[in-house]
Design a protein around this ligand. Sequence first.
Ligand SMILES: NC(=O)c1ccc[n+]([C@@H]2O[C@H](COP(=O)([O-])OP(=O)(O)OC[C@H]3O[C@@H](n4cnc5c(N)ncnc54)[C@H](O)[C@@H]3O)[C@@H](O)[C@H]2O)c1
Length: 359
Amino acid sequence: MNERRTYAIIGCGMMGREHMRNLALVPGAELIAICDPDAGSLKAAQQQAEILNQSVRLFDDSAAMLAAAKPDAVIVASPNFTHFDVVQPVMETGCAVLLEKPMCTEPADARALAEAASVYPGLFWVGLEYRYMPPVTRFAERVHAREAGDIKMLAIREHRFPFLVKVGDWNRFNRNTGGTLVEKCCHFFDLMRHILRDEPVRIFASGAQDVNHLDELYGGEVPDIIDNAFVLVDFAGGARAVLDLCMFAEGSQQQEEISAVGPLGKLEVKLPAAEIIWSPRDRSGAVIEPVATPQDALDAGSHHGASYFQLSHFHRALVNGTRAQVDARDGYRSVVMGAAAQQSIATGQPVDIRFDEED
Ligand SMILES: NC(=O)c1ccc[n+]([C@@H]2O[C@H](COP(=O)([O-])OP(=O)(O)OC[C@H]3O[C@@H](n4cnc5c(N)ncnc54)[C@H](O)[C@@H]3O)[C@@H](O)[C@H]2O)c1
């Protein structure tokens, strides 16, 4: 079978360039064009393309790029607030789409896009890639094999460094990102749904901007993005999940820790330790399973191999004509959960969530 498919990237900042490095690793995935209105980003991407032996055409305008390059697939890695407008002309071409998370900054836009994607004839995939970190993939497999029984409690902790500096500092304001719990934490809300195979019914959150970015000024404005939160999520089937986010914990030994506890025991995974710990309830002792990730996949990005494996699956779906593993409905629902958590922090009240079948 001919596995060659051509790709273009819109937005060549940090994440666009991570996608470039992954494309260089996936057989048959040929990057032919890149686009960015920022000359510095385009130049950095061009220099990287030379190192990777990728022969790319450069554009500062996505409409011109789509018309000239006619790629089979487009990766949209522009800032969150641009996704809604940037992706629609891409969809008009009918090509496959890998849209970075969060799908949109507002639930209403995400819903409109999910509706359009539900009747889109091409592949439409949302970049909620944390499912593809090999230790997390393995952890979910073991949860789904019911080793711990029906999961009653799922806890996701991310203790990490502050938000990085972005081109034009777009990530310093909620209006551009959707808020920290949409921007960053859509990954974790997607993981909750994926691991529990269930849907949320209620969210309560407490959080604030207590430490980070308070001494920064952009056009006279101080950033307004929260840097720590606890988010409680009740799921329809009765499971409870919690997100514990801290973004001033650079010294933490583990960046992500996920645990799932059921009547038979507890499964845990930690990153970057990349091991799964099974602690059966009968106290027979913990069993540790190390999970390796190929070095080239680790080196290509800063997401423990996730973006490489996501792209590999995306390319396979493109070649085989199969469905997206992470679709617009997943994208929409993760935005709704993040926005509900932001709302709960703002009001101090829990937020009920009810997805209709078609949502
Ligand atoms: N999947 C992940 O884990 C992950 C990690 C980081 C970032 N992201 C997402 O990737 C996207 C980009 O983030 P980043 O960290 O690369 O930011 P960045 O600021 O480093 O890069 C964004 C680039 O997009 C360009 N851009 C701005 N408007 C554009 C437009 N209309 N068309 C084309 N390009 C445009 C900017 O000039 C910049 O070069 C965001 O949506 C972000 O949330 C995802």
